[in-house]
Design a protein around this ligand. Structure first.
Ligand SMILES: [Zn+2]
Length: 244
């Protein structure tokens, strides 16, 4: 349910457990939690009286998100912008071609070379390049993840039943009950050692379906300095999650 004061739309939630009316501000909403008996008029008056506090709290949460997670990708994909890849920023070079589809090539690990079919409308360039880059990255992720699995799985016989590359906005990887591993291709924007850590993490879930000390011990057997990679994800993961 949405109630409105002059400036601040908020959701009202009635709670039998609430003793007082309180306001919870998150990045996407203002929620007012009120005991069952309090009248809506009193709630509105309460929210109105707290207006300055609410606005300050909103600024704080929104500001925190913006400053904590700058976008790595360019706002538009055109000649000369930089593309995040394995924690580097590589320049994008665009040429035209007679081929029918957009082709991406990574030249000497230094330049993303885009071959764009002639005759495509200008405003289509950026979205088409973004799509092609995403396809290219997913494909790369598949190869890199497979190589890392081949490297680490034999040591303690941690063989997944399947490996899938996914686009996920909230997790880096997962290991299902039947040992099917999902990996987020966005990890290709992070340092290679971080991708390796997540692969190892999911492989270790084949043996331990939890985060017990024994699980972390097994991770450390593969990667003694895994903690720094986990820390990297905590610090910069939100930016990587914003994707291309
Ligand atoms: Zn885990």
């Amino acid at each position: 349910m949405n109630k409105h004061t002059a400036a601040l739309p908020y959701n009202l939630r009635r709670s039998s457990r609430a003793k007082n009316t309180r306001i919870v501000v998150t990045a996407d909403k203002i929620e007012v939690v009120a005991p069952l008996k309090v009248s809506e008029r009193r709630i509105q008056a309460f929210v109105h009286a707290q207006k300055d506090w609410i606005e300050a709290a909103l600024k704080r949460v929104v500001g925190r998100i913006q400053t904590a997670a700058p976008r790595l990708a360019p706002s538009e994909y055109r000649d000369g912008v930089h593309i995040p890849y394995q924690s580097h920023r590589l320049p994008l070079k665009i040429t035209t071609t007679k081929a029918k589809t957009v082709r991406i090539e990574l030249l000497n690990d230094e330049i993303f070379w885009v071959k764009l079919p002639t005759g495509i409308a200008d405003e289509q360039h950026s979205p088409l390049i973004q799509q092609a880059l995403t396809r290219w990255m997913k494909n790369q992720a598949k190869q890199h993840v497979q190589e890392l699995v081949d490297l680490h799985a034999p040591r303690f016989a941690l063989f997944p039943r399947s490996i899938r590359i996914k686009t996920q906005k909230s997790r880096w990887g997962s290991c299902g009950p039947k040992n099917d591993i999902n990996m987020n291709w966005l990890l290709l924007l992070a340092p290679p050692a971080v991708l390796e850590y997540v692969v190892v993490h999911e492989l270790c879930h084949i043996k331990h379906k939890n985060h017990s000390p024994a699980f972390w011990q097994l991770v450390a057997e593969h990667l003694p300095d895994f903690k720094q990679h986990r820390l990297w994800l905590k610090q910069y993961g939100a930016s990587v999650m914003q994707g291309l």
